[in-house]
Ligand binder design. Structure first.
Ligand SMILES: C[S@@+](CC[C@H](N)C(=O)[O-])C[C@H]1O[C@@H](n2cnc3c(N)ncnc32)[C@H](O)[C@@H]1O
Length: 269
């Protein structure tokens, strides 16, 4: 059984279409790891997944027409399953830097499902050249002046993606300067990348729905909080729909020393 799983996974690694950038930055590995974590944790994730589906369905009810939906950061569509998208819209577009093999196969089968493979930060091809934090701050400022993406649809969903956008650029700088960045330095970059995302997202044409983790909480085995992280993002112009807590990694999932919980917030515009 174990050998069969290993074999299937090797095929998945070999057969999943990837761009050189996605391979270089380990997105294929992360994508497969995310699916495994989902399989291990899905019971704990159920309340989070239900919240995502409920706010999606409530938003769909408010739409004057349902021709086209776009999901940014679609990954495996754990949060809004493909059947809900296909049942409610004539056309479905999934956008991510990497798409799982099953979505490639489904896109071949269903003409009304389209995959767009792109870097929604437009930064990944530039991070090799970053020498220090000042370069990264400058890059974030330059990106703020660009139109990085634009989608026109009845509904555009940014699906738990925003907090991840600065992670690889931050890693790249830490490797170059050979020291971990201070939390305040990381927060500043995360905020800049999140604002650039929100700005491009807000300029898309159609109803917008975004949910994202806004706070991370680490607890020790006794349940005591040992770390809380949050970076400020301005959602001005958006309507807050709901917030909830998601146990992303119970104790012993990511570490035997702590569990990881996220505060998720959902907004529409
Ligand atoms: C936490 S997952 C989103 C979960 C997903 N909504 C679901 O229901 O399974 C974040 C996704 O963002 C994608 N991502 C991260 N950085 C990206 C970037 N720069 N451009 C496009 N997608 C990116 C990752 O590949 C990953 O699939």
């Amino acid at each position: 059984m174990y050998r069969r799983c290993m074999l299937l996974e090797s095929f998945e690694f070999l057969l999943t279409p990837t761009t050189p950038l996605a391979r270089k930055y380990g997105f294929l590995y992360s994508s497969i790891a995310l699916r495994h974590r989902y399989n291990r944790c899905k019971k704990m994730w159920l309340p989070h997944l239900k919240n995502c589906q409920d706010i999606f369905l409530d938003t769909v009810k408010t739409l004057p027409q349902k021709k086209h939906v776009v999901v940014l950061g679609s990954a495996h569509l754990h949060e809004i399953p493909l059947h809900l998208l296909m049942d409610n819209f004539e056309r479905v577009t999934l956008v991510d830097v990497i798409h799982p093999l099953k979505h490639h196969l489904q896109a071949k089968r269903y003409k009304r499902l389209q995959l767009v493979t792109m870097d929604l930060t437009n930064s990944l091809d530039k991070i090799d050249k970053l020498e220090n934090l000042e370069d990264l701050t400058q890059l974030a400022q330059d990106l703020a002046k660009e139109k990085i993406f634009h989608f026109d649809a009845d509904l555009i969903v940014s699906a738990n993606l925003m907090s991840q956008l600065a992670l690889l650029p931050l890693d790249a700088v830490e490797r170059k300067i050979k020291r971990p960045l201070e939390l305040a330095e990381k927060d500043q970059i995360c905020t800049q990348f999140a604002q650039v995302h929100l700005q491009n997202f807000a300029n898309c044409t159609g109803k917008k729905l975004i949910y994202s983790d806004r706070e991370v909480i680490y607890r020790d085995p006794k349940g005591e909080v040992i770390y809380t992280g949050h970076y400020p993002v301005n959602f001005m112009g958006y309507e807050k729909l709901k917030e909830w807590y998601w146990t992303l990694a119970p104790l012993k999932e990511a570490s035997k020393d702590y569990s990881i919980e996220m505060k998720i917030e959902a907004y529409s515009k």
